[in-house]
Structures are given as structure tokens and as C-alpha cells.
Ligand binder design. Structure first.
Ligand code: ATP
Ligand code: MG
Length: 259
């Protein structure tokens, strides 16, 4: 299974929007996709139409060993896309896990135990560098970093990269950075352009060519419990995510053989 964490400790940079729409694009291409909502806010679950009442078995139960991914997986309206829901309980996991010896490998082991039911696993991380994000980085083989086209975009990147180095050194030497995705680009705003140019200068080829525009359809879709790609597959935001998925597939370490 290809395992990709989507992380940035900055809040509201487009992690969840990217996770939902990339997952949908990959599923549309034929991959069997599992999206793990790894944020106590549960935004990925909501955005994929999972009602709160349907979140009885969530990623929290999996982490504490009360359930397994296979049992917790919920089918979405998108063919081939399943989600593991998150609830507020997950914030307690940060504390509860800290007493366990394998506290950084709980998610990794859960994915290991899951049957080969999915081709790709995306992990939507919370906006912090705590134990949850560490678990995601230990479980993943690749990291995708969404970066919002705004003034402080690069602030915090060094902290994230430092965490990646630590994870590589201690737990997961294979962790690679798949790429940086620029989000919420506003072409009428010179600042967006400037930030995108700065990021490309600092981060270089790691930055995906595709830039996700600021697009109101992307922000409306979650309130309908649908990925933007389903809500309005022709809006500029959806088109950009389809292009980003294509670029991402080309960068994956495994040949893109889909059903
Ligand atoms: P958090 O750190 O809280 O988990 P996040 O990084 O997951 O946030 P999102 O939830 O994806 O970020 O996006 C933050 C807000 O911005 C949401 O309301 C979302 O609908 C909106 N948004 C995300 N991307 C875009 C975009 N390209 N254009 C317009 N709105 C967007
Ligand atoms: Mg989020």
C-alpha cells in the first residue's frame, strides 16, 4: 500500500481539502483508496459525508487497540474511496498513547495489520507536530506538504522539516518528501504570486507545478458532504486537484498500475 501523510502544523492551509480531493481523484483513476482522518476536528469525515452518529468506530479505537482499520472503514459516496472517521476522542489519544511503549508506531502497526484491501492510504494530519502527526510520519512513506500562498507560508516549514529529520533518524529512514503543494492561490493578488515565487526559490523542484487556486466551490463542497470533485468537477479547484493528482502519481515510488 502506498502511504502518504498530508501534514503541515499550520492550521487552515488546505490539508483536508487536499486530502479529500486527491483521494477522490486517485479513486477515480482506479486506485482503491483509504483516507484516514487523523485530526480530532474530524473535517475529512464531515467533508466526505460521514455523519457524527456514524462515527462509532473511529481511528481512536484503532489506535488504542479496540478495533482494526478493516472494521472501522466506512464506504463513501465515491466508488473505491473509504474513510476512517475521527472524533473528538482522538485528542485524548495524544495523552493516552504517551504511556505506551510503541506510542509512535500505533498507526504504522494498524496499517501493517490491515489486509491488502487498498492501494493507497492518505493520512490527513492535525495542525500540530504532536504524537498524532509523529504517528502519521512514522506510518507514511511519503509526505505531502500543503502550503498556503500567504505571507507566512514558509514560516514553520523548517520546524516541519526538522521533525521529518527526527522521524527519519529514529523511526522511519524511508520517509520521503513527495512534494509541496501551493494552495489558495489568488491570481488577482500580487502577494500570492510573490509567495509562490519565493517558495519555488527556497524549496525548488519539490514544489508541484500545479497550483491550487482560491476557489469558493472548494470551500462550499464540504458543507454538502461531498468532495469538490463530485460537487462540481469542472470548477477550477477540481481541475487543479485532478492535475495535482496526475503529478503526484508520476512521483510515486511505485508504478501507477490502477484497476
Ligand atoms: P486544519 O489545520 O484546521 O485542519 P486544513 O489545513 O485542513 O485546516 P482546510 O480545512 O482544507 O485546511 O481549509 C481551511 C479552510 O479553507 C476551509 O474552510 C476550506 O474549505 C477552505 N479552503 C481550502 N482550500 C481552499 C481553496 N483552494 N479555495 C478556497 N477555500 C479553500
Ligand atoms: Mg484539516
Amino acid at each position: 500500500m502506498i502511504r502518504i501523510a498530508i501534514a503541515n502544523q499550520k492550521g487552515g492551509v488546505g490539508k483536508t481539502t487536499t486530502a479529500i480531493n486527491l483521494a477522490t481523484a486517485l479513486a477515480a483513476t482506479g486506485f482503491r483508496v483509504l483516507l484516514i482522518d487523523f485530526d480530532p476536528q474530524g473535517n475529512a469525515s464531515t467533508g466526505l459525508g460521514v455523519e457524527r452518529s456514524a462515527r462509532e468506530t473511529s481511528i481512536y479505537q484503532v489506535l488504542i487497540g479496540e478495533s482494526e482499520l478493516n472494521a472501522a472503514a466506512i464506504a463513501t459516496q465515491v466508488p473505491r474511496l473509504d474513510v476512517i472517521a475521527a472524533t473528538q476522542d482522538l485528542s485524548a489519544a495524544e495523552i493516552e498513547l504517551s504511556d505506551l511503549p510503541d506510542r509512535t508506531r500505533r498507526l504504522d502497526k494498524a496499517i501493517e495489520r490491515a489486509e491488502a484491501r487498498w492501494d493507497v492510504c492518505l493520512i490527513d494530519c492535525p495542525p500540530s507536530l504532536g504524537l498524532l502527526t509523529i504517528n502519521a510520519l512514522v506510518a507514511a512513506r511519503s509526505l505531502l506538504i500543503p502550503l498556503q500562498c500567504e505571507f507566512f507560508a514558509l514560516e514553520g516549514m523548517s520546524q516541519l522539516l526538522h521533525t521529518v529529520e527526527r522521524v527519519r533518524g529514529s523511526f522511519n529512514p524511508d520517509l520521503a518528501i513527495l512534494g509541496v503543494a501551493l494552495t489558495m492561490y489568488d491570481r488577482r493578488n500580487r502577494l500570492s504570486e510573490q509567495v509562490a515565487a519565493d517558495v519555488r526559490e527556497v524549496v525548488g523542484d519539490l514544489v508541484f507545478q500545479t497550483v491550487i487556486p482560491r476557489n469558493v466551490r472548494l470551500s462550499e463542497a464540504p458543507s454538502h458532504g461531498l468532495p469538490a470533485l463530485v460537487y462540481d468537477h469542472r470548477c477550477p479547484g477540481s481541475e487543479a486537484y485532478i492535475a495535482l493528482a496526475g503529478e503526484m502519481i508520476a512521483r510515486l515510488p511505485v508504478p501507477a498500475v490502477a484497476a
